[in-house]
Design a protein around this ligand. Structure first.
Ligand SMILES: [Zn+2]
Ligand SMILES: [Zn+2]
Length: 425
């Protein structure tokens, strides 16, 4: 393969989203926007790259995301930057910088970058939808955030997914639990997987969500964080559970759910599709991060949010056979074999009237233009040939169904095309 061919390929682990699949993306993002904006969330756009410390401090240097997967680079001015590996830390950085009044409810849609081994449903550039709320400790907000994600999934037609819930405790109760857990793990060190045998002390919680058989077996008898929560954390969790039950959001407890980032406190949750293979079935998740704003240099401010991977979510939709999105068909395709002026003016007129219209170019033959009209999926063809020019009329032909044709005066065209739209719905 020559160099030029290589340069014309998307980099490994990335993918193009082209029409008509892109229609589905457009529709998905729009559906998400409508639902979260109806709940008071506003769009936040932040840069695709940040000072590398935003992620190192927030996510934790010993996490795989920061340690192994982040796209770090130095710009021409010698600044240490990183492409965003996730959506939360940048939104929190923006909050600290601009200090909007709290509660601040933001949503985002963004690419996220991780240098991972490319495989199905896992990309080096993937895309996330998410929400973040800053400034509220109330457990009812946790219920709102979790149920927003649940409702969004159901609105797409998804039914085969589970919600796992856990509490990570807080600075009061987690340290004591970590000691208990570390003591348990130290006793069973030889039974852990090779990676965790070596770096047990760095973060004992990671053994709980380790996927390797040795760690899973060994931690079966490990103490659970939920049994070691302080009273405020216990009450918070009870209120979250009660709220989810009241709103009819099914969930189950998963004491292994510790998620990969250091910033989580109290509520953590994860949605997984039961229609996808278990190694790649996470469709969204998040949690409370009451210390993240401080970790990034802001005033003590609680926060909570979730992120949803768009690629994975669409794979789950495919696996369940739901959320097919057909591109919106054209209303009309203008076929002009009389010089092109009518096509030029009529498409402009139709579009100005809010109709979807396209046309052929370069003065091709009637047969060729009609073929394009048919391929375009348009409902009607508007035909201007020599007879029509003489008579000052336009022939409207149905391209779907009956195929009947009638003659219209120029001033009737827009209304006639609009009427065919209503016939269909
Ligand atoms: Zn392990
Ligand atoms: Zn606590």
């Amino acid at each position: 393969m020559g160099d030029e061919t290589m340069a014309a390929r998307a980099p490994a682990g990335t993918h193009d989203v082209l029409w008509p699949e892109s229609t589905r993306w457009e529709s998905l993002v729009a559906a998400f926007a409508v639902q979260v904006e109806a709940a008071g969330y506003g769009l936040a756009h932040t840069p695709i790259f940040e000072d590398v410390r935003v992620f190192k401090r927030g996510i934790g240097e010993d996490s795989d995301v920061v340690g192994k997967e982040m796209y770090e680079f130095e710009d021409r001015g010698g600044r240490a930057l990183a492409l965003r590996p996730e959506g939360t830390a940048p939104v929190v950085r923006a909050f600290i910088q601009h200090r909007p009044p709290v509660p601040w409810k933001a949503w985002y849609v963004t690419p996220a970058f991780r240098y991972e081994r490319p495989q199905r449903g896992r990309y080096r550039q993937h895309h996330q939808l998410g929400v973040e709320v800053l400034g509220i400790t109330d457990a009812d907000l946790d219920v709102e955030v979790v149920s927003l994600a649940d409702r969004f999934f159901r609105s797409l037609g998804l039914a085969s997914f589970d919600l796992a819930l856990n509490s990570m405790g807080d600075d009061v109760c987690r340290p004591g639990y970590l000691e208990t857990l570390s003591a348990f793990l130290a006793e069973h060190r030889d039974e852990l997987c090779p990676e965790h045998r070596g770096r047990l002390e760095a973060n004992p919680l990671r053994c709980l969500d380790c996927k390797r058989e040795e760690c899973r077996r060994t931690t079966l008898g490990a103490p659970h964080l939920v049994d070691h929560l302080c009273e405020p954390c216990r009450l918070h969790l009870a209120r979250v559970c009660g709220g989810l039950e009241a709103l009819g959001v099914p969930y189950s407890f998963d004491h292994r759910l510790v998620r990969g980032f250091d910033y989580y406190t109290r509520t953590t949750f994860e949605f997984s599709s039961t229609a996808l293979a278990s190694a790649q079935n996470g469709i969204g998740g998040g949690g409370r991060y009451d210390r993240l704003v401080e970790m990034l240099g802001g005033p003590p401010t609680p926060g909570i949010g979730f992120g949803i991977g768009i690629e994975r979510l669409l794979l789950a939709c495919d696996a369940e056979g739901v959320y097919p999105v057909a591109p919106a068909a054209l209303d009309a395709y203008v076929v002009d074999v009389a010089g092109g002026e009518w096509a030029r003016d009529l498409t402009a007129e139709l579009r100005a009237a809010g109709l979807r219209a396209d046309r052929a170019f370069e003065g091709r033959s009637m047969k060729s233009q009609l073929k394009s009209a048919d391929r375009s999926g348009a409902r009607v063809a508007l035909i201007i040939g020599p007879d029509e020019v003489v008579g000052g009329t336009v022939s409207m032909r149905r391209l779907r169904g009956t195929g009947d044709q009638r003659s219209l005066s120029r001033s009737e065209v827009v209304d006639a095309v609009r009427d065919t739209r209503e016939d269909q719905s």
